[in-house]
Write a protein that binds this ligand. Structure first.
Ligand code: BT5
Length: 337
């Protein structure tokens, strides 16, 4: 997106604005402003020009300009109706030297999860990959994954869905933490070692990829996949969508909110320790009996905390273990044992 267009969208988002004033502010001719306004109209924006100047009265459902319009986060949006993987595209942009871009798609044909798993990404979802170049050491990168999970939860809650995070990167619905989950049923049902309560459904996943030197990240792509306006029939078993939970959401507003929270938690000058507090607030894992598969072993115990830069602290029969990475299952609530 060229700079004039982005500045025009920012100016229009702030309220009605006169053509000549806009031209002056953007440092372009009035004809250039008019041309850009016409281009936005062609993309589905409804823009009135009357007293007070140009005024946006309707915004397209989704797309680069729609998401950029009113976005309060320092990112440029690159939008695709259909692409193999937004993470792959963001990696390409990273190789070209780009930064602060969010690659967004309506549909992915080759969506990826961790460990070469595939991630279903039908049309109607929110598939987005922010590309950033933080001046931070690679060891702090896990905090970006946690921040993205917090951002998904906050945006989901604002959309009316009671989501929570399973360490480190899954956002679930119907799995609200240890003890009574508020469904009026005994959490113990299902017998010993019941894994991930029957009600727990996966709403979103995150895949973080990076390149860096020992002391400094070169680029970081935080791929975020949220099943938004999609049918559960188009998702693997155990998955849910915002559509299934509360009906269709305004994807544009949802993604804007998500990106704003992510930028607030991780942007230039942010204190990354705040990410851990925000994460704890929304975590379903703390206080739960867990089984974590790491590269070399299986660790079972009670999850007691998350520690900088995103490691899970598990109290086992052999003492406390700090787990940096792995696949985590929630077992019966620790409180019931
Ligand atoms: C993840 O991996 O959950 C990370 C997913 C990241 C997807 C985003 S979308 C934008 C960006 N571009 C990409 O190509 N990727 C990122 P993992 O924790 O490994 O979980 C993968 C497992 O979740 C699969 O093996 C399935 O069991 C399940 N799964 C697949 N698609 C799903 C979906 N849409 N919703 C819920 N679960 C799904």
């Amino acid at each position: 997106m060229n700079e004039t267009r982005r500045a025009l969208l920012d100016a229009l988002a702030a309220g009605p604005v006169e053509g000549p004033a806009l031209a002056q502010r953007l440092g372009v001719s009035r004809a250039a402003v008019w041309k850009q306004v016409e281009a936005l109209r062609e993309e589905g924006f409804s823009i009135e020009s009357g007293e007070g100047g140009y005024r946006v009265v309707d915004v397209p459902e989704y797309g680069a300009a729609a998401i950029q319009f009113g976005l309060d986060a320092p990112y440029e949006i690159e939008y695709h109706d259909r692409i193999a993987s937004t993470n792959d595209r963001a990696r390409e942009l990273a190789a070209d030297g780009a930064s602060d871009v969010v690659v967004v798609a309506d549909q992915q044909t080759g969506g990826r999860g961790r460990l070469k798993r595939s991630f279903s990404s039908p049309s109607g979802g929110v598939w987005a990959s922010p590309l950033v170049r933080p001046r931070r050491p690679p060891a702090e990168v896990p905090l970006y994954t946690l921040a993205a999970a917090v951002a998904v939860v906050r945006a989901s809650r604002e959309a009316g869905v009671d989501a929570a995070i399973k360490w480190p990167n899954d956002v679930l619905v119907g799995d609200s933490g240890g003890g009574d989950d508020g469904d009026g049923r005994d959490d113990d049902e299902g017998g010993e070692d019941e894994v991930d309560r029957p009600g727990a459904r996966k709403l979103a996943g995150i895949l973080t990829e990076m390149e860096g030197e020992a002391d400094r990240v070169s680029w970081l792509v935080v791929g975020i996949g949220v099943n938004a306006n999609v049918d559960v029939e188009d998702l693997p078993p155990g998955a849910t969508s915002l559509r299934a939970e509360v009906g269709d959401v305004d994807r544009r507003v949802f993604l804007q909110r998500l990106l704003e929270v992510f930028a607030e938690l991780t942007g230039e000058g942010a204190d990354l320790r705040g990410v851990l507090d925000a994460w704890r607030e929304h975590a379903a894992t703390i206080g739960r009996r867990v089984r974590v598969e790491t590269a070399g072993e299986t660790i079972e115990g009670d999850a007691v905390d998350v520690r900088f830069p995103g490691s899970l602290v598990v109290r086992t029969d052999d003492g406390e273990r700090v787990v940096h990475a792995g696949d985590c299952e929630h077992l019966r609530p620790a409180a019931d044992r």
